[in-house]
Structures are given as structure tokens and as C-alpha cells.
Design a protein around this ligand. Structure first.
Ligand code: PLP
Length: 361
């Protein structure tokens, strides 16, 4: 293509999109994968056999049920969602964040604490919405006075609060969340992606606050490959989001598999409990290493910082040794030289601890 044509075409793309970088997912082939908060445990054989039988009846030649009726009904039962509340399904909770923000006015402003889940800002930017990040306090709690002042001055249309937060792994104080919820004239999305490991929720408050939306995903529970998230809130809001949800966003295999998984939720609950046990062992092992500061975790990952070594160097050396974790070396608002490791199986965690012990200076 000629240079002129190329320049003409690139003018079609909004400047804010041109300025963005694509979300980067590192190659993990052959590595012990402790970078993306996945559940390391396979399904019991008997459960897998039952699931494969169900899948064999799937009809991939047909479009999926556009409203995922069976799935929604098993989800409502599994998570005890009040019948008055609406449920919107997304292709991962990423898609729900996009759906919420797509429904907002052009001049809407989006607020979240920083650091938090990067997609809040990434998606706001992609849609040309302004994003205000309010730095967390040094102990990773919410800076409530500052957030309340942004609410008064900028009146954010949407506030995202990850509970527990990624990448800091902590639950925010309930009283802080409630202060923000009560002050907000806009929507408040409580993102409970890591709820299986924190076992605290705002779901039972969803009826009390019209502006509250509770978002969950099955990704961290053990079904990251399905791409399924759900949003619960007052039906006057969820019916608006339903209008812009693409009709077939939840595919045939996800509908069958998630329905089945919700009927076997105790298996996933047991796995989450095992992950919490492993988390505590990992927290202990990392805390005993010289030169490492470990932050408490209510999630299935651990954030830690290095006192006298470089996060980049340790990350690369671990990768060379076959273990992939996440670099958080230059994330504004985090201490210097941070790394984040997902809690894996006992064998994976032991390997990680053995390698990092020999690498760290
Ligand atoms: C806080 C938070 N919310 C949402 C997500 C995205 O989840 P999903 O896989 O459902 O898109 C993540 C993923 O890391 C996350 O950390």
C-alpha cells in the first residue's frame, strides 16, 4: 500500500486509539505459568467424563441461545441472586467493563483507584472517555477523602473498585466502599474477580443500592478458558446494558460447560480452599527470604517487592529457569521492584520458591 493511502487510512482511526498499545500477553509455552491468576487444578476424572458426554450433544452448527437461559438460571441458583435483580453475561468480565462504558455519554468520566486492574483505564481510553486514577494510600487502602473530592468535583459516571484489588491483592475496607457508594451519583462497579479466595461480597447489598453493580468472573475460579463474566444489579440498569450486548456473546460450549460447572460448584469451592492453603504456605516461604517484602493477600496471587535486586533481572532469571510470573517493576503507586506471582499447585509453588531463592541477591 502506498504511503499516502496508508496515512489517509490511519486518519480514520480515533487519535486516542492510535496512542494506545495492545494488551500484551507473554508467550508461556513450556513454562510453569504463574502469571495470570489461573487455577492450577484439573477436574476429577468422573466429572470430566460427565462433562464430555454433555459436550458431545452440543450443536456447534446452531447459534447459541442468545439469552443463555439455562446458564443464567443455574448461575442465579448457585450464587443466590435475588429474582428482582438483573444479570448480564459477558465474554469475560473484560467485555462487561466495555459494555458498561460503551453505554455512557461521551463526556462521562471514569474513576478507579490506582494501581488497579489495567482494563478499566485501557477500555475507557479506547472509548475516548476520560479516566481519573486516584492513588491508593501506601498501605494500599483507598484514599477516601480524595475519592470523595473527585466525586464532588468531577461527578464520575462510573467508579470501578476491585474487591480484592489487582495487583495489590488486598480487600478494601467495607466502610470505605460504602462511603464511596453512598456519595456517588454515578455507577459503582464492585469487581469481585477474586471473590472465591476472599469469600467476602457486596452481592447481598445489590438490592439496597440502585447505583451498585457487582461483577464476577469464572476465570479465577478455574474456568479462564470459557471467557464468562457476569454483572448483577438493578434491572433498570441491566436492561440498558442488555440492549448493547451482542446477541451471541456466550458460545455454545461455554453455556454448556458453565451450567455444568455451577451444578458442581463444590468441586471449585474445594479447589479455591486448596489455593488459599497454598497461598498461606507461599506467603510464609516468600516472607522468610532475605531481601523480600511480601504484602498480605486476600486473592490467589501474591505481590512482593525486592529490597536490593531488580524485578526485571529476577523476572528474566526465573523465566530462564522455566517459571513465568508477572513483572510489576514500574507500576506507578507500587513500591519499587515489585513482582506478582499467582498461587499454583504445591509442586509449582515449591519450584518457584526454590528457583527464586537461588536467584535473588
Ligand atoms: C480485578 C479484575 N477484574 C477482571 C478481570 C478480568 O477477568 P476476565 O477473565 O473475566 O475478563 C481481572 C483479570 O485479571 C481482574 O484482575
Amino acid at each position: 500500500m502506498g504511503l499516502k493511502k496508508n496515512q489517509q487510512l490511519s486518519k480514520l482511526i480515533r487519535p486516542e486509539v492510535q496512542k494506545m498499545s495492545a494488551y500484551h500477553v507473554p508467550e508461556a509455552t513450556g513454562l510453569v505459568k504463574l502469571d495470570a491468576m489461573e487455577n492450577p487444578f484439573p477436574w476429577p476424572d468422573e466429572m470430566k467424563a460427565q462433562w464430555l458426554k454433555l459436550l458431545s450433544k452440543a450443536e456447534p452448527n446452531r447459534y447459541p441461545d442468545p439469552s443463555s437461559k439455562e446458564l443464567v438460571s443455574s448461575l442465579r441458583e448457585c450464587f443466590d441472586v435475588a429474582p428482582e435483580l438483573g444479570v448480564v453475561l459477558g465474554n469475560g468480565s473484560d467485555e462487561l467493563i466495555q459494555l458498561i462504558l460503551m453505554a455512557m455519554n461521551d463526556d462521562a468520566c471514569v474513576m478507579a483507584p490506582t494501581p488497579s486492574f489495567v482494563m478499566y483505564q485501557h477500555i475507557a481510553n479506547s472509548l475516548g472517555l476520560s479516566f481519573i486514577g486516584v492513588p491508593l494510600n501506601t498501605n494500599f487502602s483507598l484514599d477516601v477523602p480524595e475519592m470523595l473530592s473527585v466525586i464532588r468535583e468531577k461527578n464520575p459516571a462510573v467508579i470501578f473498585l476491585a474487591y480484592p484489588n489487582n495487583p495489590t491483592a488486598n480487600l478494601f475496607d467495607d466502610a470505605d466502599l460504602l462511603a464511596i457508594l453512598e456519595a456517588s451519583n454515578g455507577l459503582v462497579v464492585v469487581d469481585e474477580a477474586y471473590q472465591p479466595f476472599a469469600r467476602k461480597t457486596f452481592l447481598d447489598r445489590a438490592q439496597d443500592y440502585e447505583q451498585l453493580l457487582v461483577m464476577r468472573t469464572v476465570s479465577k475460579l478455574g474456568l479462564a478458558g470459557l471467557r464468562l463474566g457476569f454483572l448483577v444489579g438493578h434491572s433498570n440498569l441491566t436492561t440498558q446494558f442488555e440492549k448493547i450486548r451482542l446477541p451471541y456473546n456466550i458460545n455454545v460450549f461455554t453455556q454448556i460447560t458453565a451450567t455444568f460447572a455451577f451444578q458442581h460448584i463444590s468441586t471449585f469451592d474445594k479447589q479455591a480452599a486448596m489455593i488459599c492453603e497454598q497461598r498461606d504456605i507461599l506467603l510464609n516461604s516468600l516472607s522468610s527470604l532475605k531481601g523480600v517484602n511480601v504484602f498480605p493477600s486476600d486473592a490467589n496471587f501474591v505481590l512482593f517487592s525486592l529490597q536490593s535486586d531488580s524485578a526485571e533481572r529476577v523476572f528474566e532469571a526465573l523465566k530462564q529457569a522455566g517459571v513465568l510470573i508477572k513483572k510489576m517493576g514500574n507500576v506507578p503507586g507500587l513500591p519499587a521492584e515489585c513482582l506478582r506471582v499467582t498461587v499454583g499447585s504445591s509442586t509449582e509453588n515449591k519450584l518457584f520458591v526454590k528457583q527464586i531463592t537461588s536467584i535473588i541477591k
